[in-house]
Design a protein around this ligand. Structure first.
Ligand code: DHB
Ligand code: MG
Length: 224
């Protein structure tokens, strides 16, 4: 039997990505641009990007909110999934990241579906209250602000809105109540909020793969 090691997890992720994602010129170009610009290599794994696309399509989401654009790798996938006439608003704190993302999103041919709002979530999200509610919210930004982002997801969503929160595994550290890692603290707080706040009906899955030992939380907004 193959030993369960980070190498094996990555090998299996590659195998699955070959099957379910394959070669993708626009996504490969977006990753190359992101790396060339020196952005961190923390985009979603290819199979996770495909999962996001499926969640958008399964839920029939037409308006998607992404918090944390980075180089636009997941944004392109969300924009593809909403289809023509669909809309993605993506919030990015770093103007340099947003510039890389803009160019990659446009090059992927989905530019007109994507609105990049530059600024910190706490400043940008309140400006979205007068827009139509979002059907799906993908949270993948600074983990310290996860509970703030969940609160805004509930406010900017509607009953039935799908919420996906990235990176809940944190190499297993989420069971360490004494952790001094602020990203882990922000993740634990978010998981508690998803469990206890009546606006969410949620679960979370740990994953292994290209990105090591990680995971995501999935929620449905029950009321906002
Ligand atoms: C981190 C952030 C991410 O969005 C991710 O997918 C992996 C790691 C981080 O900040 O540690
Ligand atoms: Mg992430």
């Amino acid at each position: 039997m193959t030993a369960s090691t980070p190498d094996a997890w990555a090998r299996v992720d590659d195998f699955l990505a070959d099957l379910f994602v394959g070669e993708d010129r626009d996504l490969d170009r977006a990753l190359a641009a992101q790396h060339a610009a020196g952005l961190p290599e923390i985009e979603v794994a290819p199979v996770a990007g495909k999962l996001l696309q499926l969640l958008v399509r399964i839920s029939g989401a037409r308006r998607v909110l992404e918090i944390g654009t980075l180089g636009g790798y997941s944004t392109i996938q969300l924009a593809r999934a909403v289809g023509p006439g669909g809309h993605v608003v993506t919030v990015e704190a770093e103007a340099d990241n947003a510039a890389v993302a803009r160019s990659s999103i446009d090059a992927a041919g989905v530019g007109e579906r994507v609105d990049i709002r530059i600024g910190r979530g706490e400043d940008v999200l309140p400006t979205l209250v007068d827009e139509d509610p979002f059907d799906l919210v993908f949270i993948d930004a600074d983990k310290e602000s996860n509970t703030l982002y969940l609160d805004w997801a509930a406010r900017l969503g509607r009953t039935g809105t799908v919420v996906v929160l990235d990176n809940i595994g944190r190499d297993g550290e989420i069971t360490n109540a004494d952790t001094t890692d602020t990203k882990v603290q922000g993740t634990i707080a978010a998981l508690r909020m998803l469990a206890e706040d009546p606006r969410f009906d949620a679960t979370a899955m740990q994953t292994v793969g290209l990105k090591g030992w990680d995971g995501f939380a999935l929620a449905r907004i029950t009321r906002s």
